[in-house]
Structure formats: C-alpha cells, structure tokens
Design a protein around this ligand. Structure first.
Ligand SMILES: Nc1nc2c(ncn2[C@@H]2O[C@H](COP(=O)(O)OP(=O)(O)OP(=O)(O)O)[C@@H](O)[C@H]2O)c(=O)[nH]1
Ligand SMILES: [Mg+2]
Length: 215
C-alpha cells in the first residue's frame, strides 16, 4: 500500500505539545539508534526526518501524519547521549515525560534498540517507566543489516526474555527494508487498539531526572 507522510507539527518546548487525542505511536530509543531513518524507510522518503551519523540530531518532537492509516508516527529525540549537558538532559526528560503522560492518543511506544549493542541501563529504565505508565511497548531491533542471522536471533531472545516473554522484537533495517512489512502491520494494529493497563513496578524511573538519562 502506498502511504503519504505529512510532517504536521514540530515541538521544541513543552508549551508546543498541545494534546490532540489523535492515535499516535512514538519512536523512542538511544541517540543514533535509527529512529529517524526508520520513519524515512517506512515513508520511502530519504530526507523526510532528519538523520545524522552524529548522535543527537533530532532535538524536537516531530509528528508525521500517515494517510491512509489515520494515525501519527512521532519521532522523538534520542536519550543516552553522553556528551549532552545536564540541562539538555533535563529538558529531554521533561519534554518526553510530558509527551508520554499528557497524551490520551498515545497507543504505544516503539522501543528501538541497536541490534549490536547489549541492553543498556537507559533502555531498561524507559521500559520500566513505560510499563508503570501502562503504555504498550513495541520492541524493534535496528541496523539488522550489520549482523548475521544468529546474532540477530540471540539479541531477539535476550530482549524477549527481558520483556518477560511479552513480545519478540522485530528485526529491522532501514538500509535493506528488512522487517518493514512486519513493522507496518504491528503499527497499524497498535494504532487501532484501545490503551491497556500493564504491570506496574513499585519504583518508576523519573525520566525528568538527569541522573537517570545517561546509559
Ligand atoms: N547500517 C545501518 N545504518 C543505519 C540504520 N538506521 C540508521 N542508520 C544510521 O545510523 C545513524 C543514525 O541514524 P538516525 O536515524 O539519525 O538515528 P536517530 O535515532 O534518529 O538519532 P537521534 O535523532 O540523534 O536520536 C545514521 O548514520 C544512519 O544512516 C540501519 O538500519 N542500518
Ligand atoms: Mg533522529
């Protein structure tokens, strides 16, 4: 199916994050993991979302409306970038936390994980936080063109176990298009669902606390 993507909003500040209630799925993950590239791959438009080999390219929350589909994909700034200042990390935390909590249309968060990198503290903190908030997680392994099938399968199993067997990550590559159709199906299904309450750990991570945003 051919779909069109339209950048309908870019938010740099909390005040720009006005809730709409429209169905949304957000792309979250460490800086440089491939969030913007994944959106471009889905859209089959190279320069739609800005990408860079330098971590920290995306600094704003970017909303891409998909048609047909009737929902919005949201490109988030990355976390876990060591060279960011405390003030920048705090700003990231506030922006993301506000986006995730004051957003009745948010159906799920796609958690993007570089297939070559072992699970990081920052990823696990986000997982704990999303679970506490009752937000569905769609795990996606990025850059799967960089590893062989055996390595990809091992990382898939590792994350499936970490997530309590709830979901097996999709192996994805924005270079080869591997996993693109599977990802579209998962996104469509999530966007069409009503939010659910998931397990609630006792100690949620404070995303706005800069100490917790480094990996
Ligand atoms: N080989 C390979 N490289 C990729 C893939 N996806 C992204 N990259 C590269 O990884 C780098 C970062 O990609 P981005 O899409 O900008 O990453 P991001 O997660 O949006 O980064 P921030 O905006 O900084 O958080 C770029 O050099 C991309 O070309 C992939 O599937 N395979
Ligand atoms: Mg980006």
């Amino acid at each position: 199916m051919n779909r069109t993507f339209e950048l309908v909003k870019t938010a740099y500040e909390l005040s720009q994050l006005t809730p709409t209630g429209e169905p949304q799925v957000a792309m979250a993950g460490r800086s440089n993991v491939g969030k913007s590239s994944l959106i471009n791959c889905l859209a089959q438009r190279k320069g739609l979302a800005k990408t860079s080999s330098t971590p920290g390219k995306t600094q704003s929350v970017n909303f891409f409306q998909i048609n047909p589909g009737g929902y919005t994909l949201v490109d988030l700034p990355g976390y876990g970038y060591a060279r960011r200042s405390q003030a920048e990390r705090a700003k990231w935390g506030q922006l993301i936390e506000h986006f995730l909590t004051k957003n009745s249309g948010l159906k799920a968060v796609a958690l993007l994980i570089d297939v070559r990198v072992p699970p990081q503290k920052s990823d696990l903190e986000l997982v704990a936080w999303l679970r506490h908030a009752g937000i569905r997680i769609l795990p996606v392994l990025t850059k799967c063109d960089k590893v062989n099938q055996r390595e990809a399968s091992a990382r898939q199993r590792e994350w499936r176990d970490l997530l309590g067997g709830a979901a097996t990550p999709i192996c994805f590559s924005s270079v080869t298009g591997q996993g693109r159709e599977t990802l579209w199906k998962a996104l469509d299904a999530l966007a069409a669902q009503t939010p659910v309450e998931t397990e609630r750990p006792d100690e949620p991570t404070d995303l706005a606390n800069p100490a917790n945003t480094a990996s």
